[in-house]
Design a protein around this ligand. Structure first.
Ligand code: TRP
Ligand code: SF4
Length: 401
């Protein structure tokens, strides 16, 4: 790609994070931040699309969430952490993209009708709710992000983002003198110019995808050619337009279904969570009072781990020897349930200890968090500003004086 790798993801401000967020999302972010430049943001405008009647906590929930990102190891030295509503460029791009977004694309997004049905206690027949996948597209495209780590439910949104980018490039990437300019750009490829032109013809006339790939590789490698020209070359290889907004790819987050306290997936709405800042006493109490295989009424009744919500937690936290001990001990009534739960309690308390410690540092020093986010917002604005200059210019709008 001529656009450098850039990872972006956002989360609605849901307040303090729990182990489900940690195992499902945050560990993945922490891994990604050492591999790519990353941007992670609080999607507070997204919260408004469904919760516009109860907005009082959105701000505080955002701060709580950021504290837990930091406590989980998201590192402001590696990743840019910011709040969506502090970067107005998201809204500007959202507006501009809305001009070329057919209504049908939004109505067909699967979450549109789904959510309206699921959240039937709210009136979601609003313009904002219909438009939120487009807002998400703007979130991504305003940074020209190339990779977006998301769960499976979000994949249709990324797919739509790609369609929007393609449409935008198609409608606005046609400079009046594109042909002439791309000819000049081809010449700048020097010794590779001829091969590039041949590959382009092969792709455009024979649809040879491999030729397109090779043509892109040439442009990729031509580091001395200015970015503007490389955009043109990239576009001219595909058809006759400039790529202003690159199409992002979804980085599908492996479904790690962190089990909750009741055997269902851990989720706030199920009230079966352990928070990242949960105190050891509370962790202990929650696990000790967890339901077990109902067959084990008395200590002497044998049980079956497969029918017990504690077993999935052993699968997350225990080594093979412990798991074997559980299987045998449970089926022979050799161990009691409280005994069985202890290694899980210990593992969770151990896992949370460093997270709680880091969180405390930020709780004791809120200015530290504000500074991190202010710095992130400034960096994000600078990146978004670059894209918006290109977008305004492609659309023929007046630039800042
Ligand atoms: N819609 C996402 C969710 O509900 C959050 C989100 C908003 C997002 N903008 C984004 C995720 C951009 C990835 C990229 O989970
Ligand atoms: Fe569940 Fe363990 Fe009790 Fe068996 S011994 S029922 S696995 S808690």
């Amino acid at each position: 790609m001529i656009f450098p790798d850039r990872v972006l993801s956002g989360m609605r401000p849901t307040g303090a994070m729990h182990l489900g967020h940690y195992h499902g999302v945050l560990k993945n972010w922490v891994r990604l931040q050492s591999e790519y430049p990353c941007l992670f943001f609080v999607a507070d405008w997204h919260a408004l699309t469904t919760h516009y009647e109860e907005t009082q906590r959105i701000g505080d929930d955002g701060w709580d969430m950021v504290i837990d990102w930091l406590a989980s190891g998201v590192d402001p030295a590696k990743a840019t952490i910011f709040i969506q509503s502090q970067v107005p460029e998201h809204a500007e791009l959202f507006l501009l993209l809305s001009m070329v977004t057919p209504l049908g694309w939004l109505e067909r997004v699967p979450t549109y009708k789904d959510q309206q049905q699921k959240l039937s206690d709210r009136d979601l027949s609003t313009y904002g709710f219909l438009g939120y996948p487009l807002m998400q597209a703007a979130d991504i495209l305003v940074y020209r992000a190339t990779m977006v780590p998301v769960g499976e439910d979000q994949v249709p949104h990324i797919e739509m983002t790609r369609e929007i980018a393609r449409r935008f490039n198609h409608v606005f990437g046609n400079e009046p003198d594109f042909e002439a300019k791309s000819k000049v750009a081809v010449r700048k490829l020097g010794s590779e110019a001829k091969r590039f032109a041949e590959l382009r013809t092969r792709y455009q006339e024979e649809g040879d995808a491999d030729a397109l790939k090779q043509a892109r590789a040439i442009v990729d490698a031509a580091l001395a050619v200015p970015l503007e020209d490389r955009e043109r070359l990239f576009g001219s290889a595909e058809g006759a337009h400039r790529v202003i907004l690159p199409e992002p790819a979804a980085l599908l987050t492996k479904v790690s279904r962190m089990p909750g306290l009741d055997g269902q997936r851990m989720a706030k709405s199920y009230k079966n969570t352990i928070a990242l800042r949960e105190e050891p006493e509370s962790v202990t109490k929650k696990i000790r009072t967890m339901p077990t295989d109902p067959a084990r009424v008395r200590r002497i009744d044998p049980g079956e781990p497969e029918l017990c919500p504690v077993w999935p937690l052993h699968q997350v936290y225990s080594d093979d020897a412990t798991k074997q001990w559980v299987q045998t001990g449970c089926r022979t009534a050799g161990i009691g349930c409280l005994e069985c739960k202890q290694p899980v309690i210990d593992a969770i308390v151990r896992e949370l200890a460093p997270i709680r410690e880091r969180a405390q540092r930020y709780l004791d020093n809120p200015a530290l968090v504000r500074d991190i986010v202010a710095d992130g917002c400034a960096k994000a604005r600078a990146m978004a500003g670059e894209t918006m200059r290109d977008v305004r210019s492609a659309m023929g709008l007046v630039q800042d004086q």
